[in-house]
Design a protein around this ligand. Structure first.
Ligand code: BGO
Length: 267
């Protein structure tokens, strides 16, 4: 049976380097339908039936740029069998912002912390076991440039895709935000698959207009939004963003130890 694995990550996280290493010359390059954003797909070396889709590099699943729209629509509508989320280990704080959102899509996720060769030089240490626990997904380290760990990462992504067990986010927002999320989930009809309900509920609370446009039946959640905004004295989009950053800080505090050596550039 054909398996699709999507590569996601921030721009400059090493996605292209990893994609090229995993697929070799077995690539098809074109454009995503209707837009001039490059679409790259390839067969995973060593597997007959596994395709890797290199999604455009993005910082968030709140779609402001064309790249974010393309990546998000693919993840919501096409539903790859697994996501290989590549993270620049030298810039982990910024990269984790996207990762926390990817965990909410109800798709199996494996995280590959890239640039481990640079981390070895700077002396920074990322405790991947702790990171895996804090995020709720498997985490591996790789150097896409040196080819280190990439085979193992790909093999694990294939296994995950075959198991079809969606990532279960361990992150919980503030209790009152969680209550609002679950109230919105209850209002979502059968149009939204069960495993995507959390993602849609969060996006509705964030007043994400593109999600509203994509839904046939939109529940009225204005009262829930107003209650949260009054309680936190902030708009819901900021409440959720702030909570993500708090969560990321707690992850960094526990999982990342900065080395003493000067940070080197990726080369
Ligand atoms: C340049 N280790 C190191 N050290 N570098 C890496 C690794 C790794 O594991 N993986 C990727 N890079 P992309 P996106 C460059 O191009 O794959 C480097 O945007 C340069 N170019 O080589 O393009 C990779 O697809 C001149 O670096 O990322 C590339 O996600 C000087 O990270 C950069 C220094 O990788 C981005 C680097 C002319």
């Amino acid at each position: 049976m054909a398996v699709k694995i999507a590569l996601t990550g921030n721009p400059n996280s090493g996605k292209t380097t990893l994609f090229n290493a995993l697929t070799g010359s077995n690539q098809f390059v074109g454009n995503w339908p209707g837009v001039t954003v490059e679409k790259k797909e390839g067969k995973l070396k060593g597997y007959q039936e596994v395709s890797i889709i290199d999604l455009p590099g993005i910082y968030s699943l709140s779609p402001y740029t064309l790249e974010e729209v393309v990546s998000r629509n693919y993840l919501i509508s096409e539903r790859p069998d697994a996501i290989l989320n590549i993270v620049d280990g030298t810039n982990i704080e910024r990269n984790l912002y996207l990762s926390t959102q990817i965990m909410e899509l109800g798709i199996p996720v494996i995280m590959a912390v890239n640039m481990v060769d640079v981390l070895e030089k700077t002396g920074d240490v990322i405790h991947i076991d702790k990171l895996a626990k804090k995020l709720g997904c498997e985490v591996v380290t790789i150097s896409a440039l040196k080819g280190k760990g990439i085979r193992e990462a790909a093999d694990k992504a294939v296994k995950l895709a075959e198991k079809k067990r969606a990532a279960v986010p361990v992150h919980e927002f503030h209790q009152e935000v969680e209550q609002a999320i679950s109230s919105v989930e209850d209002l979502l009809g059968g149009e939204i698959p069960e495993e995507q309900k959390r993602f849609f509920a969060i996006k509705l609370l964030e007043k994400d207009e593109k999600i509203l446009e994509q839904m046939k039946a939109v529940p009225d959640i204005s009262k829930l939004i107003k209650e949260l905004e009054d309680r936190f004295d902030d708009d819901t989009e900021s409440i959720i963003t702030n909570e993500r950053y708090e969560y990321i800080s707690s992850i960094l505090g526990e999982c990342v130890k900065k080395g003493r050596k000067e940070k080197l550039t990726a080369s």
